[in-house]
Write a protein that binds this ligand. Structure first.
Ligand code: UDP
Length: 354
């Protein structure tokens, strides 16, 4: 049933179709369905990895008009190609920070960002501007539209957290001038500006703090965009050794994209308890990078092993969210185990590596 609502997606991309269909099934009968149907949505970063998953889901839920603003720096128009001829989805190919605020939306969602450490250390100014000026443009758009505003923030606001699992009440331990500060401090400013608009203008805002997320459409082609899961899968499928930075004993908790998108859609519910909500969205299963590497080698059947490369400067040693707030406030929890999500990702990447 959901396949019809998904338009051409299932024909062009069966793996993403499967993920979005599962999300639609979980949301069936919820207030999110009613709220999104017929709505007008402005999404920055909507051609990117998570942005395009969200746009597919919003389209399937019956959003009337979806305006995507994206400069395609880390995203790709290919992620939206199946939607652009439908008359309901448009792509404005510009940096969000260069736009005038826009009116006429029910939801304004600011997802544009450069979240990959290998990429943002090369583009620290752009990384800060999309979170500073870009957030300002999107918040003004929400204020002029009287829309619900959603900011996708990051676990990086916690920096080198001393409290693991990390709850939303933790204030963070961040180096304001370190190599990661362009991303961390940009997002911390974006959060501060978002709550300032709520306090001063009464705007209905929500903030998600996204922990490591992976899946189809995460950029693996660009060698400067090295998110670990897709980088490892690409290396394994090419028969190259997996590049483990440092000892590989650092940890992350990896969430599959479909689960992430379900949580974001739930955050769009009109329930009053969600006004001003700040919610961690991530997996509570913590693994070391070496364990991840071994799992990718096993699932791809690669025998190339790993090679240890120099550690990244200021690489957070551990990361795992406390997701009890997401469970209670959103009625959400991760459904896709790491092995299952990796199988989906491998199935998606294998033909594309060709
Ligand atoms: N990593 C690695 N090899 C790589 C790329 C990343 O060992 O080729 C490690 C990296 O040092 C970090 C973790 O994988 O500890 C996650 O890196 P990613 O770039 O995906 O995102 P982060 O969580 O650091 O923002």
């Amino acid at each position: 049933m959901s396949e019809g609502r998904l338009g051409a997606l299932c024909g062009v991309d069966p793996v993403v179709c499967r993920g979005v269909s599962a999300v639609l099934e979980r949301l069936a009968g919820s207030d999110v369905e009613d709220a999104v149907r017929g709505s007008r949505v402005l999404v920055s970063g909507g051609a990117g990895f998570l942005g395009s998953w969200l746009v597919d889901a919003l389209y399937a839920l019956g959003a009337e008009r979806i305006t995507v603003v994206d400069n395609l720096s880390t995203g790709s128009a290919e992620n939206l190609a199946h939607l652009l001829g439908t008359g309901r989805v448009e792509l404005v190919e510009r940096p969000v920070e260069a736009l005038e605020p826009m009116k006429g939306y029910d939801y304004v969602i600011h997802m544009a960002a450069r979240p990959s450490p290998d990429d943002y250390v090369e583009h620290p100014v752009e990384t800060l501007l999309v979170s500073s000026r870009g957030t300002e443009v999107m918040l003004e758009s929400a204020r002029l539209s009287d829309a619900v505003f959603l900011l996708t923030s990051t676990s990086e606001v916690y920096g080198h957290a001393e409290v693991i699992p990390t709850p939303e009440t933790y204030w963070g331990r961040v180096n304001p001038v370190g190599p990661r500060s362009c991303y961390d401090e940009g997002k911390r400013y974006a959060e501060a500006l978002t709550v300032a608009y709520m306090r001063q203008h009464g705007l209905d805002v929500r903030i998600s703090r996204i922990f490591n997320t992976y899946g189809p459409r995460l950029d693996w082609r660009n060698p400067g965009y090295g998110r670990v899961v897709v980088k490892f899968v690409a290396q394994a499928l090419r028969g190259e050794p997996l590049t483990v930075h440092g000892t590989g004993r650092q940890t992350r908790s990896f969430l599959y994209a479909a689960d992430n998108i379900e949580a974001h859609l739930r955050l769009l519910s009109p329930r009053p308890s969600l006004r001003g909500a700040i919610v961690n969205i991530g997996s509570s299963d913590e693994v070391t990078i070496l364990e991840l590497a071994e799992l990718v080698l096993r699932l791809t059947g690669s025998r190339a092993g790993v090679v240890h490369t120099p550690p990244r400067p200021e690489d957070p040693p551990r990361r795992r969210p406390d997701i009890s707030r997401a469970r209670s406030l959103l009625g959400w929890e991760p459904r896709t185990g790491l092995e299952e999500g990796l199988r989906e990702t491998i199935e998606w990447m294998r033909p594309r590596l060709g």
